[in-house]
Design a protein around this ligand. Structure first.
Ligand code: GLA
Length: 403
């Protein structure tokens, strides 16, 4: 798998949320400096956490992500010459292509932008030229889908600017196409679906086979709970290869079992037909799919104790069967559970990144402190934490009178 933007860029992993008018003003001003005129608008698409359902999306299974407040924001306007130019405020770099210069796997961070143009053309849409200025506060390399946020913001901007009639699910699929084919990362649909389809206050139940989805109410306030994100600042250096290896194991198991996808396996009795490694991988996928549906059921009943228990079971499955956790991630989970979390698990592709802890209001400060101290004692980098508030998916930023 090609290295992702997350792996390529240096970033301070700032968890601060940039959604203020003054930050938007900075993007608009930068756009005016770049082009000599105001943008037609601003579009925003969020990063995500996954409450539960890991490595199930590419197995035609179920996922339950929600969008976070951190997002990629783009200012954009059409240009007459058909060319695409993008400036990243965060990197202070600008790139430009014409429609005949779209070559997959060649553009570094700009692939997340030009890949969207490529995907749109692949689907028969012919957007014109566009100028874009981009800034994002989704922490990079933390497993929070900073790349999907960029793709989905650019896609939302293009759809509006050129009046492209693309349904939300198709937008997510096109953004995934950009990620898979142009960037070269063989991911599933979860991240782009979350960034596009999520609704504030809800998690998104997505059936990755039928692509049907349902908004599941996640009223954390009413329950007196928080989903605390603990960014461990750990990143396994072979993450891309490991992700592809997990996919390959699943493919091999499907072949042995004679099924189209691991979604088709529900009876753990089949594990005896598999070599030990594939048996562990399959057990994770099968039990994880079941946990997603049980979590939705528990959320519908406002039974957060069960949600927490399922999160913790999911972590054990990722640690022992899918083997995608890291010691620092396990330490964050164990420490959170010891200091009042109702449940805790790693979120995202794995091999580092972030842990989610479901934490009662009155345990937040103590738990936060305990994790920091545990990391210090173990000699790990200082983790960063933030409250994951279920937020809106990709949208045009309205009510701005900035230009
Ligand atoms: C990454 C991928 C997703 C999904 C998760 C694991 O975030 O982009 O498609 O496979 O890993 O659940």
């Amino acid at each position: 798998m090609a290295r992702r933007l997350e792996d390529n860029l240096h970033h301070d992993n700032s968890p601060s949320v940039r959604t203020t008018m003054s930050d938007d003003r900075t993007i608009v001003d930068a756009f005016s400096r770049l082009t000599g005129h105001a943008p037609d608008g601003l579009w925003r698409a969020p990063g995500r956490v996954n409450l539960i359902g890991e490595h199930t999306d590419y197995n035609d299974g179920f996922v339950l992500p929600f969008a976070i407040p951190q997002a990629a924001t783009v200012a954009a306007a059409p240009r007459a010459d058909g060319r695409w130019r993008v400036r990243s405020l965060d990197l202070a770099e600008t790139g430009e292509v014409g429609p005949d210069q779209l070559v997959p796997l060649t553009h570094g961070w700009q692939s997340y932008v030009f890949g969207v143009l490529w995907a749109l053309r692949h689907d028969g849409f012919l957007p014109g030229g566009v100028d874009l200025v981009l800034s994002s506060d989704v922490p990079i390399g933390a497993g929070l889908s900073s790349s999907a946020a960029i793709e989905c913001a650019v896609l939302a901007a293009c759809a509006d600017l050129f009046g492209l009639d693309i349904a939300p699910l198709r937008r997510a699929q096109l953004a995934r196409l950009a990620e898979n084919e142009y960037v070269g990362a063989p991911t599933g649909l979860m991240d782009q679906a979350a960034s596009t389809l999520c609704v504030a206050g809800h998690a998104l139940l997505l059936d990755c086979r039928s692509c049907e989805s349902r908004q599941v109410s996640l009223d954390l306030d009413r329950a007196g709970l928080h989903v605390l994100v603990i960014d461990t600042k750990t990143k396994h250096s072979h993450v891309s290869g490991e992700y592809a290896a997990r996919r390959a194991s699943c493919d091999k198991a499907c072949e042995i079992l004679g099924v189209a996808a691991l979604r088709d396996v529900t009876d753990l009795g089949v594990l005896s037909a598999l070599p030990p490694l594939e048996a562990r991988r399959v057990r994770h996928v099968v039990t994880e799919n079941a946990r997603v549906l049980q979590t939705v059921d528990a959320l519908d009943r406002h039974d957060f104790d069960t949600v927490g228990a399922l999160m913790t079971a999911s972590h054990a499955s990722m640690r022992d069967d899918y083997e995608i956790t890291e010691p620092s991630v396990d330490l964050a989970v164990e420490t959170a559970l010891r200091h009042g979390a109702v449940g805790a698990r790693m979120t995202g592709g794995g091999f580092g990144g972030c842990v989610l802890a479901l934490v009662p209001d009155d345990r937040m400060a103590g738990l936060d402190r305990a994790v920091t101290e545990a990391f210090q004692a173990a000699g790990y980098a200082t983790p960063e934490t933030f409250d994951a508030v279920p937020s809106a998916g990709a949208h045009r930023v309205e009510s701005l009178r900035l230009w």
